[in-house]
Write a protein that binds this ligand. Structure first.
Ligand code: ADP
Ligand code: MG
Length: 473
């Protein structure tokens, strides 16, 4: 057998890595890296920037050596990283690398280049009245943010955006379920860059939409443009709500391009990855993937406890670790609910002037946990709503009689989920979906099951919908 090439070995290493790392992180960190050489037992890995290198060094070196050894039988004694573009990509993204970080051996995390200013910018005093700076929650800073496995890459990426705004990852796209810290992280970037004198604008995509609609209505398009296109940092929260709003998307597209061309940092959050966005222009989705896409998943028990402890400290309300553990064990997929539980105990103890021991916690939180669990239970209605919401249609359309393509697909998916999530019978599924025949339900389930084998996008979409079904709003 021929020796595998370095490229083949690297592909194998990536293959293994892919099994243990979430898709978004995988794409972010590994896609532009490669084995540059293997000489004298020294393995040299090319990475696109210092930030990726830092991540590899601290997180993945051992793993690489291990897999390399498994594949080749060779045992590297040293592993080095160089910042270098993957050969075939040199042409398309050369401008990404400055001469400085090509030769630099410092981590990009510690260098601080400023983007090249393209033109003198007008003062933005007017903006402040529209609440751009005031729009930030003072509590949502990096200092109060607890980093765990579930969010460490998103967190690191946000820091990279702070250190080199507009340069390293532009745009930065962060996605994850409800109450997992997206808004907190997004605003933390804002706070940091305000400190260094940058013009920061934070808006939800709904606010962007409203501002735009109002500007058009009152003939103030130019004011709108000068507000949104003259910032150093644009933070757009919950971009998924721009789905289906064509005019707003068009405006956002131009805003995005203008800022991006001027090396202004754009950070976007969403409840789903770019490709799972429905009713969003393809050219926007492409742009969302230009920079870095990072996900936030659900925190593990230790992290949930750490978050609770941090919140207790901030509120100066110490809790026994048994109580912390009790709460963190019962709430496992939403940080906002952790805080909710803590607030309940705090309120109760202040009111009754008692101390928060485990008995009090159990008494106070019993109903709270039951209500969370019930709201997490999947019901046919929740499944239909989640599917409709995901595809940006309404439940009436989903269960209606129209056979339009954009409805038939989601309808089949709803049937499949009713079957797999709550084990509904085929006649019951037909009934839920507007009184259809049970054979229609059978066909739909078989079809989706078959499609899932070859269609990875569908698989991803289904995971997103499943997550939405079990998360509380
Ligand atoms: P999302 O925008 O993802 O729905 P938020 O950013 O609003 O979630 O977070 C919900 C609440 O949980 C906020 O009060 C936030 O401060 C808190 N929170 C989430 N993740 C963390 C974390 N890692 N450390 C500290 N607080 C967190
Ligand atoms: Mg949010």
């Amino acid at each position: 057998m021929e020796h595998p090439s370095l490229e083949q070995i690297w592909q194998a290493i990536l293959g293994e890595a892919e099994l243990t790392i979430s898709k978004a992180n995988f794409t972010t960190w590994f896609k532009n890296s490669f084995i540059s050489s293997y000489e004298n037992n020294v393995l040299t890995i090319g990475v696109p920037n210092g930030f990726t290198r830092a991540w590899f060094e601290t997180k993945f070196s051992q793993e690489i050596v291990h897999i390399f050894n498994k594949i080749t039988g060779e045992k590297p004694t040293d592993i080095k990283y160089i910042i270098k573009l993957k050969p075939q990509q040199t042409a398309s993204i050369t401008n990404f690398l400055t001469a400085e970080n090509q030769k630099s051996t410092d981590s990009a995390l510690t260098t601080n280049h400023q983007p090249i200013k393209t033109a003198p910018e007008p003062k933005l005093t007017a903006n402040q009245q529209i609440g751009l700076v005031a729009g930030l929650n003072p509590r949502y800073t990096f200092e109060t943010f607890v980093v765990g496995k579930h969010n460490e890459l998103a967190h690191a990426a946000c820091w990279a955006a702070v250190r080199q705004p507009g340069e390293t990852y532009n745009p930065l796209f962060i996605y994850g379920g409800v109450g997992l810290g997206k808004t907190h992280l997004l605003q933390a970037i804002g706070h940091e860059l305000i400190k260094s004198g940058k013009k920061v604008l934070y808006v939800t995509s709904e606010k962007f939409t409203n501002d735009y609609v109002e500007a058009v209505y009152h003939g103030r398009g130019n004011t709108f443009k000068s507000l949104y296109r003259n910032v150093d940092l644009l933070l757009i929260d919950d971009i998924q709500f721009m789905a289906g709003k064509d005019g707003t998307q068009q405006e956002f597209f131009h805003t995005f391009d203008q800022l991006h061309r001027a090396n202004k940092q754009i950070v976007i959050t969403s409840d789903r990855p770019p490709r799972s966005m429905k009713a969003v222009e393809a050219r926007l989705i492409t742009r969302f993937e230009w920079g870095m896409v990072a996900d936030i998943s659900q925190p593990d028990l230790e992290t949930r406890m750490a978050i609770l402890n941090t919140k207790c400290q901030q509120k100066q309300f110490p809790l026994d670790q048994s109580v912390v553990q009790y709460i963190a064990t019962n709430i496992n997929n939403n940080v906002r609910e952790l805080e909710g539980a803590l607030n309940r105990i705090m309120g109760f103890c202040q009111f009754h002037n008692c101390s928060p021991d485990i008995a009090v916690a159990q008494q106070v939180l019993k109903d709270f946990f039951i209500s969370i669990q019930t709201s997490n239970l999947s019901t046919p209605q929740k499944i239909l709503e989640a599917v409709a919401n995901f595809y940006n249609i309404n439940v009436t359309e989903l269960t209606g009689q129209s056979r339009k393509r954009e409805l038939v697909g989601p309808r089949q998916i709803a049937m499949y989920l009713l079957r797999t999530k709550i084990n509904a019978s085929f006649p019951a599924i037909g009934q839920e979906l507007g009184g259809r025949d049970h054979t229609t339900a059978m066909y739909a389930c078989a079809k989706i099951e078959a499609d899932l084998k070859t269609n990875s996008q569908l698989k991803q979409d289904l995971e997103q919908i499943a997550q939405a079904i079990t998360s509380t709003y």
